[in-house]
Write a protein that binds this ligand. Structure first.
Ligand SMILES: [Zn+2]
Length: 416
């Protein structure tokens, strides 16, 4: 009244808790409200809907598909695709996933949309998958690309409710849950009455699901000595962190695929993604294309005309690459460090002898990533534009952008 706002009765509903339907309906008539009906949506959350059914998740699935139509994934780099899939498609269902346990069919459907976006863009054509879905979803700590699975996100979000209930019983919702499910004295672990199926019972089941994924309940929710609260084994202060728990779950479900990979935070993500693919031999070299049935005229390297164009030949073995690497070594003042490497993995792992400062390692990584990126650019120029860059020119190209990447961590004098 004071703010001069009026209730729009045409858009309002009257609901009663524990009351007769007829009585509630009678009340709605003098107010001019719509008669109540189940299910309905309150603050974006469906109430009275059976969320174990796939049909209840249709709005979220449709929304995810619709979001994709406005993006042209083919115009994005692989790093951009992952970021967008994570930001838009990974976060869109978060609101639902933080309260409801999604049926496996729904998780598969949502991940299928992510896969289509990353692998094929929005078109329905089939295409070559250069990186497996396993590696895209695996955490960065185990060499993956860190997209994360929606199933683990769902479990980590649900466990937050169990944690909150244990840590603070004063909330109204916590009182309702304990009153309904009556865990009694045996309140060490979460409990749901078997006769009461619904949201809470699904949340409690998430602990069992986590155990199936290889994470024991004791590791997730370890009782402290006082028995009043829990402690998470793998966070610094023992508090629950949904992001860390999710990564831990992703970790448990993904075996280490290709060893570790350093995700440099000074180079653009698209470059890191590319170098990682090169390390795993997942780039579109002539040999790789030929192996996957793509018609190519010849698989011989265009630069030296002697060897087959494999990933390791392109970036390490080719005389063009060798010349560029030797210039890089001279420029960095670390001669004969990379000269005998034969694979991208070896080059990435090789450092100068003796103690190396973390900053120095970061700069060295940025230089290696930039060199691989520029060698690829040079190769594309002679394949698609028939233009041959000289090693000295490639070296200038490496230096030109490198400074903007590492200027935040290095004094300009050192670079000159
Ligand atoms: Zn060659």
């Amino acid at each position: 009244m004071v703010s001069r706002l009026k209730v729009n009765f045409n858009k309002s509903h009257v609901y009663g808790i524990g009351g007769e339907c007829n009585v509630v309906r009678e009340w709605s008539i003098p107010l001019g409200c719509e008669p109540p009906s189940l299910p309905f949506t309150y603050l974006g959350v469906p109430v009275g809907e059976n969320m174990n059914q796939k049909s209840a998740w249709k709005p979220i699935i449709d929304k995810s598909k619709a979001k994709l139509l406005i993006w042209k994934s083919k115009t994005l780099s692989s790093g951009g695709q992952i970021s967008l899939a994570k930001a838009v498609l990974g976060n869109l269902p978060t609101y639902y996933l933080s309260l409801f346990a999604a049926p496996i069919g729904v998780i598969h459907e949502l991940e299928k949309i992510q896969r289509q976006f990353i692998w094929r863009g929005t078109e329905n054509k089939s295409s070559i998958h250069w990186v497996s879905w396993e590696k895209i979803t695996a955490p960065k700590q185990v060499g993956g690309m860190g997209l994360g699975s929606l199933r683990t996100l769902n479990l980590a979000l649900l466990s937050k409710w169990l944690w909150k209930l244990k840590v603070d019983l004063s909330h109204l919702w916590a009182c309702i849950i304990t009153d309904l499910h009556k865990p009694g004295n045996n309140f060490n672990y979460c409990y749901a009455k078997k006769s009461l199926n619904g949201v809470w019972s699904n949340i409690v089941k998430s602990l069992t699901a986590m155990e199936k994924l290889g994470l024991s309940t004791r590791e997730v929710m370890n009782l402290t000595n006082s028995n009043n609260s829990w402690i998470l084994d793998f966070t610094e202060n023992g508090d629950l962190s949904v992001a860390l728990l999710r990564t831990r779950l992703d970790w448990a479900t993904h075996p280490i695929p290709d060893g570790e990979f350093t995700w440099s935070n000074v180079v653009p993500k698209k470059v890191s993604c590319f170098v990682r693919r090169a390390k795993q031999n997942r780039i579109t070299s002539l040999v790789a294309l030929n192996k996957r049935g793509v018609p190519v005229n010849s698989i011989t390297c265009g630069a030296c005309q002697t060897n087959e164009e494999t990933t390791n030949h392109l970036f390490i073995g080719c005389m063009m690459a060798k010349e560029v690497w030797s210039k890089v070594e001279q420029w960095c003042g670390v001669p004969y460090v990379i000269h005998d490497c034969t694979t991208v993995s070896e080059v990435l792992a090789r450092d100068r002898k003796g103690r190396q400062w973390p900053k120095e390692k970061k700069i060295m990584d940025a230089i290696k990533y930039r060199t691989i990126w520029c060698l690829c650019q040079a190769r594309n120029e002679w394949v698609f534009r028939d233009f041959r860059s000289q090693p000295a020119k490639i070296m200038d190209n490496i230096k030109s952008v490198l400074f903007t990447w590492i200027k935040h961590i290095i004094n300009k004098r050192v670079l000159d």
